[in-house]
Ligand binder design. Structure first.
Ligand SMILES: N[C@@H](CCC(=O)N[C@@H](CS)C(=O)NCC(=O)O)C(=O)O
Ligand code: FES
Length: 113
């Protein structure tokens, strides 16, 4: 998994918000992935989606990398946040908005009104 690890490290270093997901932000192909996209869209966060359905090496690699068995997987500024349940809980408590703001993620004005 050395190659997968390097690719994952590069992705999470280069993009402030990375969502390893099934499908794309425009066309999620699983409800769990779709939920996280909806939350991030609502908050106005830019999403770099990585479609694991098109990349088996990444699909398995991210599970090993974060020691987390499922997709979706959300990273903010290179830090693993969690999957759909955690994203939803953090959204509801306001922690996700804070985490994005603290990380300096450029949120669209929609999220601030
Ligand atoms: N409770 C999980 C739901 C995600 C989940 O169960 N994902 C499954 C079905 S999409 C998964 O990734 N299975 C392994 C795989 O498809 O590689 C979360 O909070 O993210
Ligand atoms: S693809 Fe079936 S639950 Fe995600």
């Amino acid at each position: 998994m050395a190659n997968a690890r390097e690719r994952i490290e590069t992705l999470i270093a280069e993009h402030p918000v990375v969502l390893f997901m099934k499908g794309t932000p425009q066309f999620p192909q699983c409800g769990f992935s779709g939920q996280v996209v909806q939350i991030l869209d609502y908050l106005g966060a830019p999403i770099h989606g990585v479609n694991v359905l098109e990349d088996e090496e990444i699909r398995q690699g991210v599970k090993e990398f974060a020691n987390w068995p499922t997709i979706p997987q959300l990273y903010i500024k290179g830090e693993f946040v969690g999957g759909a349940d955690i994203a939803r809980e953090m959204f509801q408590s306001g922690e996700l908005a804070s985490a994005l703001a603290d990380a300096g993620v450029d949120l669209k004005s929609k999220a601030k009104v």
